[in-house]
Design a protein around this ligand. Sequence first.
Ligand code: NIG
Ligand code: FE
Length: 401
Amino acid sequence: MRTLWQHCHAATMAQGSYSIIEDAAIVSSAGLIEWIGPRGELPTLEIDRTVDLNGAWVTPGLIDCHTHAVFGGNRSGEFEQRLQGVSYAEIAAQGGGIASTVRATRAASEDALFASARQRVQALMRDGVTAIEIKSGYGLDLANERKMLRVVRRLAEELPVAVRATCLAAHALPPEYAGRADDYIAHICDEMLPALAEEGLVDAVDAFCEHLAFSPDQVERVFIKARELGLPVKLHAEQLSSLHGSSLAARYQALSADHLEFMTEDDAIAMAKAGTVAVLLPGAFYFLRETQLPPMDALRRHGVRIALASDLNPGTSPGLSLRLMLNMGCTLFRMTPEEALAGVTLHAAMALGLGASHGSLEPGKAADFVAWRIERPADLAYWLGGDLPKRIVRMGHEISN
Ligand code: NIG
Ligand code: FE
C-alpha cells in the first residue's frame, strides 16, 4: 500500500536542522518513507491512496528518549515537603525519594503497573510522541526489575509506539543491601543483567552516577558487564554534582549521558569525540528548582549533539508533555526552538541508537510523523503544553489521538 501525503510543509530535521520543504509531498509504503520532496518534483509512482494534510506542518514523530514511565504510587507528598524547604537529597537520606517509589513498585502487580504506565505513555503519545525509552530502576531486585521490564515490553505490544527498554538496576541501593553497595553492584553484574538480557528484556543499560547513588568505579563495573553482554550503555551523570560520569560514559561509547548540569568542558570534549548524545532534562531542573545550568556554550562549541526528554518520573519530573519540555529547553536552557525540535527528533533517536531509522523525514526511515495545525515549526516550542490539533502517523498509518 503506497500512500501520498500532500498539501503540507515539512521540517524534515535532516542533519538536525529544520531543513524545510515548502509545499511538500511524502510517499510512504511498507511503513517507511519512500520519497519526500517538493510536491512539484514528485516522481511518477503508482499511488494507492492520497491524503490531503490541508496545509499542516509535518515533523518527524517526537521521541522521548529518557523516561521512567513505569512506577507504583506517586510522590506528591514529597513535593509538598520540598516546597517547605526539604531538599531532594535530604528526602532520599530519610528513606524517601527513589526508595519510596521502590516500595510502591515492589508492592504493585504487573497488571497494575501496566495500567498506570499505559495512561502516562498515552498522555505522551497524545502530544505527538511515536517512540519512547522506558527505564526500570524501581524494582532493584531480579524479580521486580523483570516485572518492570516485562511491563515495558507489553506497552510496546499494546500501543502504537516504538519502545526501547533500558535496565537501570543501578539506580539506587535497595534496603536489603544497605551499607553494601559493592555487593549490590556485583549482584547486578553477576545475576541480574545476564538473566534479564538472556530473557530479551533489555535494549540498553543505564546507571545513576551520583554521591547519593553509585560512584564512577561502581558504574564502570556495570558498563564492563554491559559491554560483555553486547548491550549499549547510558548514564545519569552530573545532575547534582560533578563526578565526571559523562567522561566515563564517553569512554564506553555510551549512547547518551543525561542531566549534565554540573559537567565540565573536558566532559563535553570527551562526549563529542565519542559521539555520546547529551540528553538534557529541563523538567527535572525545573521541578527540583535547580539553579546550575548545563554548559550550553561548551556543548555547542564542541559539537555535542543535544537531545531533550521528559524524564517522566514520580520524584523529579512528573512531566506528561514532551512539548512542554521543548518550551522549557528554550526558556530555561536558552536553546533555540530549532535545537529543541532536533532534541526530540533526530538527536533523541541517536540517544536511543535509532539514528539510522528514526528521527528525521528521509527516504528509508520509518514513516513516523506528525502533521501539526500550526503556523511555523517554532510554535511547537512556543505553546506551554496543551493539546495542539494534529494527525499522528506511525509506520505509515494514522493513529487516533
Ligand atoms: O532522572 N536521577 C535519578 N533518577 C531520576 C529520579 C528518580 C526519582 O526521583 O524517582 C531522574 O531524575
Ligand atoms: Fe532519569
